[in-house]
Design a protein around this ligand. Structure first.
Ligand SMILES: [Zn+2]
Ligand SMILES: [Zn+2]
Length: 272
């Protein structure tokens, strides 16, 4: 079908069934093709430009503003946003108090209401079409924070087999797969090794638990996969949200035990 007819049909469908915001549920005017094309100026690699483009059909204009990138100053190890002047990165109190197994953790955006709503729909609402835009955010954060690459393997935080069966997918793995499908050149930055970690134990929900309680809750929850895949490798551990760092910390401990040479962490969102 010619593109003019596709556009006319799309415009009529949008007029009769305007898109509904995936975060707040409000109906909103679909951006026109021209607007969509112009949403991001050519070469605009900024997170704001990316959010406008990637979520133009998913989020209303107000909710698009609710995706806030993690900006400097932040903790140079765990990536926690800090108060102060941009560029004034330093260690946060938690990182001063105890060493982490991973070298550093970075995230695309702050975990606030809109991001939480999107992740909830994605993970529990079966809204897998959100994987594309969310993967675009993850990819942009990777390009920004790991400009030289230097990654041999990407390991998603695994789900327990029982949870994987009920959800149908592992959100972290799906995000990495979409990211690598969107940007095949990024595959040179690390091969995806979804079997490098196994979740042995189905842990109780972690919401409401502090960092220490979460660490106790997670002891023995993960083990290295049977193939000894990460030995000597520089690993990027990927998860959807970094809350207290207990989950990625425990995964990093297991990866280090399996011989990983260096472990860094990338998540979509960072809780404050
Ligand atoms: Zn909205
Ligand atoms: Zn820190």
């Amino acid at each position: 079908m010619s593109s003019i007819w596709t556009r006319i049909l799309k415009a009529s469908a949008d007029a009769v069934f305007p898109p509904r915001c995936r975060a707040c549920g409000a109906f909103f005017a679909a951006p026109g093709d021209r607007q969509r094309e112009n949403g991001r100026p050519p070469g605009d690699e900024s997170m704001t430009g990316l959010v406008e483009t990637a979520f133009s059909g998913q989020l209303c204009p107000e909710c698009r503003l609710g995706i806030v990138p993690v900006r400097s100053p932040a903790c140079s190890r765990c990536g926690l946003p800090l108060a102060g002047r941009p560029g004034d990165d330093h260690l946060c109190q938690d990182c001063l108090d105890g060493p982490a197994v991973f070298v550093r953790a970075r995230a695309a955006c702050v975990c606030e209401a809109v991001v939480l709503a999107l992740l909830h729909r994605f993970k529990y609402g079966g809204c897998v079409e959100l994987a594309g835009p969310l993967a675009a955010l993850l990819q942009a954060a990777f390009r920004r924070h790991f400009p030289g690459g230097g990654i041999d393997a990407i390991v998603p935080v695994p789900l327990h087999a029982k949870r994987l069966r009920s959800r149908g997918f592992n959100q972290a793995e799906l995000l990495v797969r979409r990211w690598q499908a969107l940007h095949p050149r990024d595959q040179t930055d690390g091969i995806l090794l979804p079997g490098a970690l196994i979740r042995r134990r189905h842990t109780p929900a972690q919401a409401g638990l502090g960092r220490k309680e979460r660490m106790v809750n997670l002891r023995g929850a993960f083990s290295a996969g049977p193939k000894d895949e990460v030995c000597g490798m520089r690993v990027l551990l990927v998860d959807d949200v970094y809350t207290t760092g207990a989950t990625v910390g425990e995964c990093a401990r297991v990866l280090a035990g399996a011989g990983a040479a260096k472990i860094e962490v990338l998540t979509l969102a960072r809780a404050l």
